[in-house]
Design a protein around this ligand. Structure first.
Ligand SMILES: *[C@@H]1O[C@H](CO)[C@@H](O)[C@H](O)[C@H]1NC(C)=O
Ligand SMILES: *[C@@H]1O[C@H](CO)[C@@H](O)[C@H](O)[C@H]1NC(C)=O
Ligand SMILES: *[C@@H]1O[C@H](CO)[C@@H](O)[C@H](O)[C@H]1NC(C)=O
Length: 496
């Protein structure tokens, strides 16, 4: 560069800058096409490609990426918390980091089910076999469905089957077929008669001998050097937990639950408003106030908790007391109005397979989607995005989403399977939905509305309430909450 005079230097720099700018723009796509995607797509001879030698006479075709599809593909770990290079919440706590990884390995060992493993069938395989949906009871025996042999030739055919957590056998003896390894983990079947072999394949049985070793059996089928794999789930049938809806009136189907803290005026106001519209629906109140006041009334159950145990602990206690098919969550400062039609929630829940439907609190539905980015060494990243997925079929004013406001009706059993983490005492909303992601099907319907009356008439009490919340809103508490999540959900960051 030093040797260049200005006349050459400046045009060169201009070109350089132009190229950099172009690269930056094209970076949107080139970064969108990480090496692993290109590797997947590029033509390569694979070990399973037995017949590719025959293709050697053809020219390799032109290959060019389609950007509109490419940009939809996952871009590696692009979860950078809105571009801020944030410190990992556990960066200063090596011990916590190590404990978290230890717990995570235990979790992976329990929940990385073999049925989640990618299994690929190879080309030109003369055997048919099941790809999914095969189940066996623990230590039970089944005939493996769907096994056939589809070759016509009369050369010596040999099919080998093997498994890991059980034994293989045949339920029928077939003439012209030789079997080796009956009742072991490795069964060989040989015959020159393709029809006999085909009949034999239909009577192969599997017996599970190990229940806890992974929750699925991995069966390998081999013929002529080609291998296919499929899975048999080792599983007890899961029994339903049903609720009797009786005559189907709202009071028999729904329990209203809430949690209060020193705002007795609010919660009494809420109960009065409920009673105007639903005179005999059961109401459960969890309460961690001090000093304690009585809340009494027809079908009102008031549960006292230790002082300040918090928001999610209270929700959990309330949920544990519900004995109806559905629960309705409301905050203690909500007010039922003529637009608070629980029947509308019920129509959606009973008419779909949804687990939870949220409404609107004075116009706010708080619809959000959650996106989990692929894990990195530092953990997962959760991003909260606005909006919803699409309309609920049959209910055009309801949308599928991942997060709703604190006014929702839900299937009691489904909420119990997720639970409210009692470690989250004050700042907690999204956290429940993070725990519920993949477990709960959620929608939001903006036409079911409830009122909100924020401030207490007693201004001294209001100040006391605010100060309590402010203590917990201080930055130190937020950092602690973030650290807890970084540990609990193995997060590296949350972006919203
Ligand atoms: C089945 O065949 C394979 C390959 O020929 C052999 O290694 C294996 O020992 C045989 N299994 C039995 C049970 O005979
Ligand atoms: C709803 O069912 C309850 C319990 O069976 C009953 O007491 C109540 O009268 C019913 N309410 C209505 C509005 O039918
Ligand atoms: C609550 O009600 C019970 C029963 O009516 C009564 O014995 C108790 O003193 C009341 N407690 C308070 C704090 O008012």
């Amino acid at each position: 560069m030093l040797l260049l005079n200005n006349q050459i230097f400046f045009p060169c720099m201009t070109i350089l800058i132009l190229i950099t700018v172009m690269l930056l723009f094209s970076g949107i796509t080139s970064r969108g096409l990480p090496q692993q995607v290109m590797d997947l797509l590029s033509y390569r001879k694979q070990s399973g490609d037995h017949y590719l030698d025959e293709q050697a006479n053809f020219d390799e075709p032109r290959q060019s990426p389609r950007d509109d599809v490419m940009k939809l593909l996952p871009h590696g770990n692009s979860c950078n918390c809105q571009g801020k290079p944030e410190r990992h919440p556990l960066a200063d706590d090596k011990d916590a980091w190590n404990r978290r990884e230890h717990e995570y390995q235990q979790h992976v060992a329990r929940f990385s089910m073999p049925e989640n493993k990618l299994v690929i069938s190879q080309a030109n395989f003369p055997l048919s076999y099941p790809t999914q949906g095969v189940r066996v009871h623990p230590l039970g025996t089944i005939l493996i469905p769907g096994l056939t042999f589809q070759k016509q030739t009369t050369d010596l055919h040999k099919v080998m089957l093997s498994c890991q957590h059980g034994t293989l056998n045949t339920a029928m003896e077939i003439g012209d077929v030789q079997t080796e390894g009956l009742g072991t983990k490795c069964l060989n079947i040989t015959s020159r008669n393709p029809m006999a072999l085909n009949i034999q394949m239909k009577s192969i049985s599997y017996t599970n001998t190990h229940y806890l070793l992974g929750d699925a059996e991995h069966v390998t089928l081999e013929y002529g050097g080609q291998i296919a794999e499929f899975l048999i789930k080792v599983q007890h049938p899961q029994l339903p937990r049903l609720y009797d809806s009786g005559t189907g009136n709202v009071s028999e189907l729904v329990t209203i639950i809430t949690k209060t803290f020193i705002r007795y005026e609010k919660v009494r106001n809420l109960i009065t408003s409920i009673r105007k519209f639903y005179p005999d629906i059961r109401i459960v109140v969890a309460d961690d106030s001090e000093p304690w006041q009585n809340i009494t009334g027809w079908k009102v159950d008031h549960y006292k908790m230790p002082f300040g145990v918090g928001w999610f602990a209270g929700r959990n206690l309330a949920v544990s007391q519900v004995a109806t098919k559905y629960l309705l969550w409301v905050d203690d400062d909500f007010v039922f109005t003529t637009d608070t039609k629980l029947e509308e929630f019920l129509t959606v829940l009973e008419g779909t397979t949804l687990d939870m439907v949220g409404g609107s609190v004075t116009g706010n539905t708080f619809q959000r989607r959650l996106h989990i980015f692929p894990e990195t060494e530092g953990g997962f990243c959760v991003k909260r995005l606005g909006g919803s997925y699409h309309k609920v079929p049959g209910f055009p004013r309801c949308v599928i989403t991942d997060l709703v406001i604190n006014f929702f009706m839900a299937k009691t059993e489904r909420v119990r399977t997720v639970g409210f983490d009692p470690r989250l005492s004050r700042i907690a909303h999204t956290e429940f939905f993070i725990d519920g992601l993949g477990h709960l099907q959620i929608a939001s319907c903006d036409y079911v509305k409830i009122g909100h009356s924020r401030n207490l008439q007693d201004s001294t009490l209001q100040k006391q309430y605010n100060s309590f919340r402010e203590v917990h809103n201080n930055p130190g508490f937020k950092t602690q909450a973030l650290k807890n999540l970084a540990f609990k959900n193995r997060l590296t960051c949350m972006a919203w």
